[in-house]
Design a protein around this ligand. Structure first.
Ligand code: PGA
Length: 302
């Protein structure tokens, strides 16, 4: 018997109101709860990934303390979970030198192509030169900040260079603004952002998608597990239709936006949520509790 292609999603919550405050999303009124989704069996083969995006925060001393806490924790099961830390660019090299080997290092952004006369930019090959394996691209803070306003096309061009020339893995962020959700355009926005990438790259083996609703980033307004799962399901369907079934089954889709130790487990239970991209909560030793939610995800697959 063939397994169902994807977790079947419940009725739509894509235009529904938001649930306030990290951790409270799991305490929805009973009438609002949906029956548990069956899990797509392939999810067991998508290794859980937890990214920590430190954004433009921390100092050398604060990083040293945080890394000491991370390094003191037990080894990870490398077959079950991957951890990727994205320090500010200036600390990328020094963080790589002190951080445990089983945590990978990521840039938060790179230039669109090879280096040269581009003041203030970073060639993606410089990331691998100092031991980094990843870059985040298309974060909403770069898509939407008025000073930056990175376009879909620019982000896709960056992804192509990072993947094909520098050999980095890419965490490609997508997600809707609050007004786009409220006007029922959540999936259309995500699909537009995905289409720009699909038009530019052909090998998806080093791409991870991070679905990060903009209204949930740094606000304490976490998407409910159902809201997140519904978009992840739509993203996977889009990949199946527009890129291929194999890519849809294998590509990890992370959720990001006010993930915390209090809400990660309920999110991790969802069949199409393959990990997290964590901002604020990744700068605390309790980030390790979020990493540990891979165990909840694994238990939910059996
Ligand atoms: P947050 O940020 O966890 O602080 O909401 C997530 C992100 O921007 O990647």
């Amino acid at each position: 018997m063939t397994a169902p292609a994807f977790v079947t999603s419940g009725s739509t919550a894509l235009t529904s109101g938001l649930t306030h405050a990290a951790g409270t999303s799991v305490h929805r009124p009973r009438s609002a709860r949906r029956p548990p989704c069956p899990r797509f069996t392939m999810s067991a083969s998508r290794k859980f990934l937890v990214g920590g995006n430190w954004k433009c925060n921390l100092t050398k001393a604060a990083i040293s303390d945080l890394v000491s806490a991370f390094n003191a924790a037990s080894p990870l099961d490398p077959t079950a979970v991957e951890v990727v830390i994205a320090p500010p660019a200036i600390y990328l090299d020094s963080t790589r030198q002190i951080l445990r080997d089983d945590f990978a290092i990521s840039a938060q952004n790179v230039w669109v192509s090879a280096g040269g006369a581009y003041t203030g930019e970073l060639d993606a090959t410089m990331i691998s030169d100092v031991g980094g394996d990843w870059t985040i691209l298309g974060h909403s803070e770069r898509r939407h900040h008025p000073v930056l306003k990175e376009s879909d096309a620019t982000i896709a061009e960056k992804a192509k260079y990072a993947l094909e020339t520098a050999g980095l893995n890419v965490m490609y962020c997508i997600g809707e603004l609050l007004e786009e959700r409220q006007s029922g355009n959540t999936v259309a926005v995500c699909e537009r952002q995905l289409a720009a990438l699909a038009a530019t790259v052909s090998d998806w083996s080093k791409i991870v998608i991070a679905y990060e609703p903009v209204w949930a980033i740094g606000t304490g307004e976490v998407a409910t597990p159902e809201q997140a799962e519904e978009v992840h399901f739509a993203v996977r369907k889009w990949l199946e239709k527009n890129v291929g079934k194999g890519v849809a089954e294998a590509t990890r889709i992370l959720y990001g936006g006010s993930v915390s130790p209090a809400n990660c487990e309920e999110l991790a239970k969802k069949g199409n949520i393959d990990g997290f991209l964590v901002g604020g909560a990744s700068m605390q030793p309790s980030f390790l509790e979020i990493v540990d939610s891979y165990k909840t995800a694994m238990a939910a697959t059996v």
